[in-house]
Design a protein around this ligand. Structure first.
Ligand SMILES: Cc1ncc(COP(=O)(O)O)c(C=O)c1O
Length: 340
């Protein structure tokens, strides 16, 4: 078993596993959802599990401010801001496209939490690692001690949050009396998938842990996840052999690109919410769920199998889409002929 370093208690755990009985009957696949959207409220989603380890290290290093980066509506940045504040730390966020953002979703909460926000152009965002280090140096010169969290919290240390989630899933299987044949989740910076893959091996879960990329392609994430697994093995789990088997990645669901959402994707999100009560986010989990449905359609997930979808959160990312959803509702509304 891995040697887990210190962790701060931030997430409401264990998260529930919820069956989707109606959809399961319709599709012929037994579907369950790991509700990691319920790790908290403002401080919720998959990032909280990673932050438990990352911020423990920040406290251990006596940091007084946390620095990280992401898109203007980043779930990771919002969760980092909420967690940092909860622990009494300052927080600075380097955000791509801050100036043009609607400010209705995660950004609203970043502002409420009093995070210091820096706007990055797309070109600057390409060099965000260098800009984070530079800002940390500036803060050091001003007498502050910064702790830098990489994009998405996806370092080997952050990924341990999902190694631990895999341990939780082993308990969920026992409690429910099921075995998940396949586990599916969204892949944005790779830490969640790397942690789940490592944890699946360590705790005897299925080998079919599948990431659905929502930004780059599968080949990119093979490299990213491979490096993260090397890091996990090197620092925390020397016996881990998971690198030998390639990460499973389900390409074809990035759609128009990272953060870009087509009308049909919004319709699917709306339909699933109305049919099951499950609310996904447009940028990550809705694309990943489309991947899950695609794998069922293609037979990659066979009839009669049991599939677990990890709902990684992102609810606040829905609010910037309110106008688009309203337009769709108007477009799709059936004509009402009251006189007939
Ligand atoms: C809601 C949500 N789901 C999934 C992911 C992807 O997780 P990871 O970055 O660990 O691949 C993210 C990352 O930002 C996210 O915000």
């Amino acid at each position: 078993m891995p040697t887990f370093p210190a962790r701060v208690d931030l997430a409401r755990l264990p998260t529930p596993v919820q069956p989707l009985p109606h959809l399961s009957r319709e599709l012929g696949v037994r579907l369950f959802v790991k509700r990691d959207d319920l790790t908290g409220a403002a401080l919720s989603g998959n990032k909280v599990r990673k932050l438990e380890y990352l911020l423990a290290e920040a406290l251990d290093r006596r940091a007084d401010v946390v620095l990280t980066c992401g898109s203007a509506d980043s779930n990771h940045c919002r969760a980092t801001a909420a967690a940092a504040r909860q622990l009494g730390l300052g927080v600075e966020l380097l955000l791509k496209g801050l100036r043009g953002a609607s400010g209705r979703g995660n950004l609203l909460l970043d502002r409420l939490l009093g995070a210091t926000l820096h706007d990055l152009t797309p070109e600057e965002f390409e060099r965000s690692d260098a800009l984070l280090s530079r800002r940390a140096q500036e803060l050091a010169a001003a007498g502050s001690r910064a702790y830098v969290i990489p994009m998405g919290g996806s370092s080997p240390l952050g990924a341990l949050g999902y190694v631990r989630c895999a341990e939780e899933l082993a308990g969920d299987q026992r409690d429910l009396g099921v075995r998940f044949d396949v586990i599916v989740s969204a892949t944005g910076s790779g830490g969640t998938l790397a942690g789940l893959l490592a944890g699946a091996e360590l705790y005897g879960l299925t080998e079919r842990v599948i990431g659905v990329p929502v930004s780059h392609d599968g080949a990119h994430f093979q490299r990213v996840v491979g490096a993260l697994l090397d890091g996990i093995r090197g620092a925390y789990a020397p016996g881990l052999e998971v690198r030998a088997r390639a990460a499973h990645l389900c390409d074809g669901f990035v759609g128009d690109g990272y953060g870009l959402v087509a009308d049909d994707e919004l319709r699917s999100l709306r339909d699933l919410a109305a049919r099951t009560g499950l609310i996904l986010d447009p940028v990550y989990t809705n694309k990943a769920f489309a991947g899950l449905l695609g794998m069922i359609r293609s037979g990659a997930i066979a009839k009669g199998e049991t599939a677990l979808f990890v709902h990684t959160g992102g609810l606040f990312g829905l609010f910037p889409f309110q106008e688009r959803l309203r337009q769709l509702d108007l477009q799709d509304a059936l004509p009402v002929h009251l006189a007939e």
